[in-house]
Write a protein that binds this ligand. Sequence first.
Ligand SMILES: N[C@H](CCC[C@H](N)C(=O)O)C(=O)O
Length: 282
Amino acid sequence: MHALGNDYIVINEFDGEKVKNKEEFSKKVCRRRFSIGADGVIFIQKPSSNNYDVKFRIFNSDGSEAEMCGNGIRCFSKYVYERILKKNPLKVETKAGLRVCELEVEDDRVKKIRVYMGKPSFKCKDIPVKSEKEEFINERAELKNPYLKEVNITAVSVGNPHAIIFVDDLEKIREHLDVIGSEIENLPIFPERINVHFVKVLNDKEIKILTWERGVGYTMACGTGATASAVVSNRLGFTKDKVLVHLDGGDLEIEIKDDGAYMKGDAVMVYDGVMFREAYEG
Ligand SMILES: N[C@H](CCC[C@H](N)C(=O)O)C(=O)O
């Protein structure tokens, strides 16, 4: 499945057998050309308590497990509603806590999903960022790569960690995104690494972002990243509380309210019924 070109392999463990080594499995099946290929793997599981309807786990293509995934949870919700559990809204258990997915359904097909993305945190201890400061807002970071010597970073958590960097020219960054993104992702001040987003403010209601994801690299879209970018743009006064985020793969609507952030977008079932056994044991 994919959401704005951020593609995931979805495994139904809710009523299917469990994959034993999820880290190894994810690395193997995400490898483009050598296997099915994807930005990550999503597992649908039974929840740990009846406070939730279903449990969501997400592994990046490098095998690392993330706390949350905005594009992934839209794919997940579409799959769950159409094939497992006709519940709407869906109360989803994630490593980042409860996420609620409101589904727009037409002829029994999920078209759009509005996700409650939780309450963002700017606290260094929550993100995490190794700093004596309480928050990491517009802080200078020196870089060693030959293309970009320093950046101003604002760090925020939306369940998973994000480094937001405002620039005027995204295309200049895109030329060397692999080197620049990877260096920032792995800076020592980010003990759990970090997702990296370069943001161009278009006006007080729209931003455009270029994403380098922790554990993946360049992706065409990042739902938690779009949310994080909109939250930071709003906090710094560049945009209002409703932000249209333009990503390489398409657009996401982010709304910032007192109880937290909301993200709205679609999800697409590309191919179904592929038996993963061969890919894993092959
Ligand atoms: N790479 C992310 C997880 C996937 C997030 C992204 N695909 C989204 O749509 O939010 C991390 O390690 O935190």
